[in-house]
Design a protein. Structure first.
Length: 421
């Protein structure tokens, strides 16, 4: 059905009155972004077909993985059922999406079901390219001094098993980040800070050494935040190896090999935290939805950074980790992206123009010690964007920021999933 026909079906109604439409909306992905937009659209639209495609039966509260990997929460803390978050009227197809034809406006599932759409929202998340690191496999996590918290709840728990040994015995700890865009760029720093703090109370100062391997010449994409982290690293004796990209590991010898400006460099470790390169799922690139002149090795969806609408296919949107925008791979970003996509899609149905724009808002409660965190919030322009000016000082290590991360954030996240925040 063409957009103009949808506009004929929709009625000009107040926002609190459901809009009657026969629009077919397909959402790929039932993570934070896909679930939140599905529930919000279900509340706004009457008689629409809303289909969510995702083969994962568990929903993972990813902001909690850092807590699991520091021994502060069990793996079960972050796991719920995907279906439980979707309101009635939403169809969940528990299969992966395998192909997209944006010209025929059709999505195919792994079971070879073809689903036509009027609007497609790509919220597929990203994939972790573990194979890009020679010698690494997920089977190693938790042993051989290797951690990898991004890989999921069980792996985050195994990461703590390895990190706890390091914190108790000491030695060389190396913490990495990938050379690609990544979800929550603060997560590698959080893990570094927390394990340093725990080790300082365990084996004690002077009996362990920590090096943070930064893939660029800075510690964070926002200059003022990067400088603050550098100062904290200096105060705590955490060393930084700039322009170091993890290429391979030898778990038997406990050697990590990095590509550096001066060539390959081997570094011994007792604990190594691995965060692999991160990319869009293959079906995004295969469908021709990726940027061609940006992030060519990563495949993020080519969207306008303000509207999150695809630049070549007007009926396609992308939100969350897979969206090809300069910032915005955090759950807090999703909270601000979803209303923008919602309004633009509904505006299309109603035959009007939306003026809502996403400004790149990204938030990262950066845990710096057990019981202390900095609330880091910024936008596309790297401007700090504090939500609580005069109450929570940006870039200050505060207990209240820790409470927001440990207690309040999960409640807010779950309200967002239900379309209520």
């Amino acid at each position: 059905m063409a957009t103009s026909a949808l506009a004929d079906v929709a009625l000009a109604q107040p926002k609190d009155t459901p809009i009657n439409t026969k629009a077919r909306i397909v959402i790929i992905g039932a993570g934070a972004a896909g679930t939140a937009i599905a529930n919000r659209l279900a509340m706004r639209l009457a008689n629409a077909s809303i289909i969510v495609i995702d083969g994962r039966r568990d929903h993972i509260y990813q902001p909690g993985l850092s807590l699991v990997a520091a021994g502060l929460r069990p793996a079960s803390y972050v796991v719920t059922r995907t279906r439980d978050w979707l309101s009635s009227g939403i169809t969940l197809i528990e299969e992966p999406a395998m192909a997209i034809d944006p010209i025929a406006k059709t999505v195919w599932t792994a079971g070879r079901t073809a689903i036509s759409y009027d609007f497609l929202i790509v919220a597929s998340g990203l994939v972790l390219d573990h194979d890009a690191i020679e010698g690494f496999s997920l089977d190693l996590v938790g042993s051989n001094g290797i951690g990898a918290l991004y890989a999921g709840p069980d792996y985050a728990a195994r990461t703590w098993a390895a990190a706890a040994q390091f914190a108790a015995k000491g030695g060389e700890g190396i913490f990495t980040r990938p050379p690609t865009e990544m979800k929550c760029a603060g997560a590698p720093l959080k893990h570094t800070f927390l394990i340093d703090d725990i080790a300082s109370r365990g084996v004690g100062s002077g009996r362990y050494r920590i090096t943070y391997a930064a893939t660029a010449d800075s510690l964070f994409s926002v200059p003022i935040v990067s400088e603050k982290v550098r100062m904290l690293f200096d105060q705590r004796g955490i060393k930084t190896a700039y322009s170091h990209v993890l290429k391979s590991i030898d778990p038997g010898r406990r050697i990590a090999t990095f590509a550096t400006p001066s060539g390959l460099q081997e570094r011994p470790y007792d604990y190594l935290h691995v965060i692999p390169p991160q990319r869009a799922p293959a079906l995004i690139r295969q469908a021709g939805l990726s940027w061609e002149n940006k992030w060519s090795d990563q495949g993020w969806v080519e969207v306008d950074q303000a509207t999150l609408r695809h630049r070549r296919f007007r009926d396609v949107f992308a939100i969350g980790d897979v969206a090809g925008v300069p910032k915005g791979k955090t759950a807090a970003s999703v909270k601000w992206q979803v209303p923008v996509v919602e309004d633009h899609l509904i505006a299309d149905i109603q035959g009007r123009e939306s003026e809502l724009a996403y400004d790149g808002y990204t938030s990262c409660p950066l845990m710096t010690r057990v019981g202390r965190a900095m609330l880091v919030e910024f936008d596309y322009q790297n401007n700090l964007a504090p939500s609580f000016p005069g109450v929570i000082a940006p870039l200050e290590e505060l207990w209240i920021s820790w409470l927001m991360k440990e207690v309040a954030l999960r409640a807010t996240y779950y309200a967002m999933l239900r379309g209520k925040a």
